[in-house]
Design a binder for this molecule. Structure first.
Ligand SMILES: [Zn+2]
Length: 153
C-alpha cells in the first residue's frame, strides 16, 4: 500500500448507519452538489471532502450524508455530475450502488440563462428543462429551447 493509497483508504472510512456516499464527484463540484441537493437546508450530518486523491480521476470530491435514504433526490446528482457514483447505506452496509441516469425532465433546479426567455419575466412559471440528448446529457428550456450545459466539465 502506497502513501497515496493509504490516504484514499482513510478518507473512505467513516461509519454511516443510513445514508449516502456520493463519490467520484468532479473536483470543485462538491459544494455545488451540496446546495443543489438542498443539504444546506437540512440538519443531516454531512461531510464534504474536497480534492481527495483518486486513482481514476487524479482528484475528486466526495459527500457523505447521514439521512433516511428515501429523502434524497438522486436524479439531481445524475443531472449535475453524471460520472459520480453513489453508495446507498443502510444499517451500516452498502445495500446498493444505483446507476445514475439522466432524468428526462428537470423542474426548478436550474434557471434558463436566456434573458429574453419568458421565465425571466413570468416569475410564477416553473423552470422546466427536457433531456434532448441522452448521450451527452444536454437539456433544453421548455419555453425557449436554450441549451443548458453544466458550469464546468
Ligand atoms: Zn428559456
Amino acid at each position: 500500500m502506497t502513501a497515496k493509497d493509504r490516504q484514499e483508504y482513510k478518507l473512505n472510512v467513516g461509519k454511516i448507519e443510513e445514508g449516502f456516499v456520493i463519490d467520484h464527484i468532479h473536483p470543485g463540484r462538491g459544494m455545488e452538489l451540496y446546495y443543489y441537493l438542498g443539504l444546506d437546508k437540512r440538519d443531516d450530518c454531512v461531510a464534504i471532502i474536497q480534492n481527495a486523491y483518486s486513482k481514476k480521476m487524479g482528484k475528486k470530491d466526495m459527500i457523505k450524508v447521514e439521512c433516511p435514504i428515501q429523502q434524497l433526490d438522486l436524479d439531481i446528482i445524475a443531472f449535475l455530475d453524471h460520472t459520480a457514483t453513489i453508495d446507498v447505506i443502510k444499517d451500516g452496509e452498502i445495500i446498493s450502488k444505483p446507476k445514475l441516469e439522466f432524468p428526462k425532465k428537470i423542474v426548478n433546479v436550474i434557471k434558463c440563462r436566456n434573458p429574453r426567455c419568458i421565465t425571466s419575466t413570468e416569475h410564477e412559471l416553473s423552470h422546466v428543462f427536457h433531456l434532448t440528448d441522452p448521450e451527452n446529457g444536454t437539456y433544453r428550456c421548455k419555453y425557449c429551447e436554450t441549451k443548458w450545459t453544466p458550469i464546468s466539465g
